[in-house]
Design a protein around this ligand. Sequence first.
Ligand code: IVH
Length: 673
Amino acid sequence: MAIPKTIQAEAGQLRQELNEHNYRYHVLDAPVITDQAYDKLFRRLQQLEQEYPELVSADSPTQRVGSEPASHFETVTHEVAMLSLDNAFDEEEMIAFDRRLRDKLDYQGQLAYCAEPKLDGLAVSLLYEGGELTRAATRGDGRSGENITANARTIASIPLRLLGEKVPDRIELRGEVYMEVEGFDALNQSQRQAGGKLFANPRNAAAGSLRLLDSRITASRPLTFCSYGIGLIEGVDLPPGQFQQMMYLREIGLPISRQIELLDSIDGCLDYYRRMLQQREQLAFDIDGVVFKLDDSELQRQAGFVSRAPRWAIAYKFPAQEVMTTLLDVDFQVGRTGALTPVARLEPVAVGGVMVSNATLHNMDEIERKDIRIGDVVIVRRAGDVIPEVVAPVVQQREGELPRPQMPERCPVCDSEVLQQPGQAAYRCMGGLVCAAQRKEAIKHFASRKAMDIEGLGDKLVEQMVEQGLIDSVADLYHLPQAQVAELPRMAEKSASNLLEALDQSKKTSLARFIYALGIREVGESTAESLAAYFGELEPLMDAGTETLQKVEDVGPVVADNIRHFFDQEKNRAIVEKLIAAGIHWPSIEVTQQAQTLEGKTYVISGTLEGLSRDQAASLLKARGARVSGSVSAKTSAVISGENPGSKVAKAEALGVEILDQAGFEALLGDDR
Ligand code: IVH
């Protein structure tokens, strides 16, 4: 079927517009339409190409989705070898480089250099013939690399067709494929969720993504490209300087560095380096130094090469942000809320110019997943201004069996029990009231309005008193020496005596407030009230087993566990006793403990009950001594069936187990609800 002229023209027009917009976005960094408007043009072109498949051309912006996986990569021989760079590590080496070059060239004045950041990705070569991308290759050993055209085509910032009036017949250019940090983090996040392999850094992620045999996967990876040099050109005369040549590349549609600058002397280079070192953290991508190239092409030719690097260019490297060192030990740090975090103790090493001897290991799951052992050589990384982290062990260097880090059974700060909450990665110290790591938070909570409501005892004052050694725990609050309180910053006789007065008044409280004030994990005000109402006194609460605790409204297995473990710590009990001895008291309350009318019975709940959640219904039954089970058996006393009951009711019928409707359930609970 012939394609109508109007359709051909529209497709051509769309392609040209889309290419322009790509250029404005990726090269000029100055888009003129919104993403949505771009998508609309894109979808229209896709639609035309679907209707008329003959319209599709290799350089169409729609052809970036990747293709069928290949079995291997073809080898490509570079027409002009891809060289590497000499490195300099300090100003002296830079000055020596410039002097060598001037001597070699017998040059009297200052040499001008073209400067750009050294991107941390991998070098590729792109070949354009008649303006069209015909081949992309990795650097390989410099002489030959791998043909990665299908993958390169999926990278949005690599133009499939060059633009403008000055497109050469042939051009082979060099540049770096890399990944921005944000894209890298997102990629690792989705790898983590999918249980896939994590990439150690953006460079590895870029290399791994570019060398995938399935270019459809490459298409989903956030890769970017930036050009930095020309290998070969035919059909166009290049301007005589590196900087102008880069401007030319930009003109024909290729992305170049936004940080590129032409500097008039070695001093300009040293200044550029310092500026980039400062900007490094703010850049969207990792750089490992800056590259300086003698600007003048004729002088470049005269300078020539030594072995496999040009004499006319140099990489001035930044201090490494990723280094190897030995993991000496793993300690555990206790946070304000009692969570224990593993911290790596390292053989001290400079990372990004800063000495590092500690690094975070995140949590035990992460240690296990990365298989980190004490004594391993590990990779340590500092990126941005975040805390250094242990990226991975260097397993190849491991000798013999090395011990795995173990979570201690007792808190390294206060020696209380350490427990992992079911379903949570974190381990916590159970010594809430005594643990020095948690004491400031514990005391602030104790004094707060909904707890003991100690007027005038704000967060700042608590911090000062702890720091000055006036108090170690909440129990000390009721034995404060007035004279010493008055001497604290921003305190005086009057405010000190007011505080002591407020403390005295706070002794008269309620059991619920007191329970809440203890700061047991996940025991909020309403749970504290339920506990107070159920037990009526402190002692039975302190001694209750987890089964009894779960009879209280709102108390599930996790909260019951927290309460039990809190009171299992001798030191917590000692503080509670001290507080009572100091005179804290409350009016006794009538216990609302239910008569255990359903003791020994087991119920199953199925379907929705009116005005009650399933948990609430279960609490009501448990409060009366019943057990609530999830499955029906011959031993089930009755199945309580609400709206839309499930298969449990059918099973009960089959087993001859009694079935109760909402009214039957209410009758079972009795009138004392
Ligand atoms: S120029 C003849 N410029 O660094 C000069 N290289 O250590 C060849 N690199 O293989 C390279 N950013 O992968 C040049 N602005 C830049 C660069 C750069 C990163 C990489 C490139 C090269 C390696 C050499």
